[in-house]
Design a protein. Structure first.
Length: 568
């Protein structure tokens, strides 16, 4: 008798192969049979008319803090993710001396929009070294598996102290110490090391991330640490403008050529540099053709900010008169903002100079849209706030203001920052046509007050395999992008494919009803912290290590997820 038999589903096995109608048997946390299963299961799941796929592997998340205090890694766990790789973008909480804890919290607070009070209350700091941090993670059961990357920012502060924060160049002794810490982390189970080279990553005070100007020799030292421990992953995010994409990419190529280590980098189509992403895509394809393991990770839809009175940002957050009422609850703020005198003052004030939001200058009313329910992630140009204002003979600021105060401040304005320069999702479609590109960048666990992209896996399936205006892709290929492709990119060989002997991480979902609800603000974080969460529709069951963790979107209470340590 099997533990679970999934009966009569359409099996999309994660390899890209054509779907087949089959049963899937599971015992002792492993898949034992795919085909016509004669054995009975202690639990049987009727999957007729449903898709049966491997569990999804999300390689770009930020659950570094949440994984310490929470056994349920929502929102990713709701969206079919059974394994998440965290510690991306060079930010995290280990290694860390007691005296540096506030520094790392300030960095995470600014870069990933996780408020400091949440982190101060939620983190118990039972560690100093990265191996000790892994042990702390290992002690807590969860609803999904997690893999950890070593954050370069924490390493740099640990090794260089104030010199690292001041962006000084690392000396030979610094680099040797970073190399040793990287090797130690890999031997303890880390899957790699992450770094950031973008000016968008700043502390809440506005200070840049410590890794911003790390020299090529320092990056190579990290990669050599990976090689010392048998190999791993170097994940990076960059502006690609020092001074241009080709020059920056050449640094990455030389590091890979010298060390043989794998690199994943974030690739987005910025609206102010509409050709750079194409250059990077072509350069990574060329590198892959030469056998250099350099792969871009791209978002399947615009990375968009949700601006609203419920969230941490809105178009008027920097105005002095708005700041005077910012402490009020959203409904009370909306009521106050309806006062004609206050409305006039806020609309007359400078929105940018007083803002603490580093991306404020990249927001424009030409790419801000009313955000509805169901949410529309590819709205037409004529639906923009600027277009509405032109039609109605009002200023764009007035239109945005009125949208914010409507419905007692419960609504949102959608402001795409990347991958929407031509008001279509053509950039994401182009990346999907490149087998070397990886679908990801969900940032699950981060940007809790203004971005809700943990729903990327559900969107990837529902839009690109069913609803896309640009091009509908075959379902087996989209499932492959969510499963075996990301698993192999992370360095996981035991999951991502429905095959006998593989880890029993499985999703059962109804393709016809798969979709997304509108995000909502929920106060469920430590210290009463609030975050945006977005529920999916259409998931029948999610199975992790042979146990049903979610049934019809509701947690079962099973917590089979664990820290996955990189194999030596």
């Amino acid at each position: 008798m099997a533990d679970i038999v999934i009966r009569g589903g359409t099996v999309v096995d994660g390899t890209g192969a054509a779907p087949v109608e089959a049963d899937v048997a599971i015992a002792d946390g492993r898949i034992t049979e795919v085909g016509r299963v004669v054995a009975c299961g202690r639990e049987e799941i009727d999957a007729r008319g449903r898709i049966v796929s491997p569990g999804f592997v999300d390689i770009h998340t930020h659950y570094d803090g949440q994984a310490v205090w929470d056994s349920h890694l929502a929102p990713s766990a709701w969206h079919g993710v059974t394994t998440a790789v965290m510690g991306n973008c060079g930010v995290g909480f280990a290694p860390c001396r007691a005296a540096d804890r506030d520094k790392l919290i300030e960095l995470m607070e600014g870069v990933e929009d996780i408020p400091g009070p949440i982190l101060h209350e939620g983190l118990d700091w039972r560690w100093e070294t990265f191996p000790e941090y892994l042990d702390a993670l290992d002690a807590k059961p969860r609803d999904i598996d997690i893999c950890a990357l070593l954050p370069h920012g924490a390493v740099r502060v640990h090794v260089m102290g104030e010199r690292g924060l001041a962006l000084e160049n690392a000396n030979q002794g610094d680099i040797a110490a970073m190399r040793a810490i990287t090797a130690e982390a890999l031997r303890a189970g880390a899957f790699g090391v992450s770094t950031s080279r973008t000016i968008s990553h700043r502390t809440l005070k506005g200070d840049p991330t410590p890794t911003l100007r790390a020299q090529e020799e320092e990056l190579r030292g990290l990669a050599e640490g990976l090689r010392d421990a048998g190999g791993g992953l170097l994940e990076l995010v960059s502006d690609w403008n020092t001074p241009d994409p080709a020059t920056e990419f050449a640094i990455v190529r030389r590091v890979v050529q010298a060390t043989g280590q794998r690199v994943l980098f974030s690739l987005t189509a910025r609206h102010d540099r509409t050709e750079a992403w194409k250059e990077l895509l072509a350069m990574s394809d060329a590198a892959a053709a030469e056998g250099l393991p350099i792969r871009p990770v791209f978002p399947p839809r615009p990375i968009g900010i949700l601006l609203g009175l419920q969230g941490s940002q809105n178009p008027f957050s920097g105005c002095a008169s708005y700041k005077s009422i910012a402490h009020l609850a959203a409904p009370q703020r909306a009521e106050a903002m309806r006062d004609p005198a206050l409305r006039a003052r806020i609309l007359s004030e400078d929105r940018v100079t007083g803002s603490n939001f580093p991306l404020i200058t990249r927001l424009s009313f030409e790419r801000m849209f009313p955000f509805g329910d169901p949410p529309d992630y590819a709205p037409p140009k004529e639906a923009s706030i600027a277009a509405i204002a032109a039609r109605e003979g009002r200023s764009a600021e007035e239109v945005a203001y009125d949208l914010l105060v409507a419905d007692d401040g419960a609504g949102f304005i959608f402001a795409p920052l990347t991958n929407f320069h031509d008001y279509t999702l053509s950039a994401s479609a182009e990346c999907l046509r490149h087998p070397n590109a990886i679908a990801g960048l969900s940032d699950g666990g981060a940007h809790v007050g203004f971005i809700s992209d943990g729903s990327f896996p559900t969107f990837l399936l529902a839009y690109w395999a069913r609803d896309a205006k640009e091009q509908v892709f075959a379902l087996p290929e989209i499932v492959r992008r969510l499963t075996s492709d990301t698993a192999r990119a992370a360095g996981l060989a035991d999951r991502g494919v429905l095959r006998a002997g593989m880890k029993a991480d499985v999703n059962v979902f109804d393709m016809a009803s798969l979709g997304l609800d509108a995000p909502r603000m929920v106060a469920d974080l430590p210290a009463g912290g609030r975050r945006l969460l977005q529920r999916p529709r259409g998931y029948v069951a999610t199975i992790v290590a042979g146990q049903v963790t979610y049934r019809d979107g509701t947690a079962t209470g099973a917590l089979p997820g664990r820290l996955v340590r990189r194999a030596a």
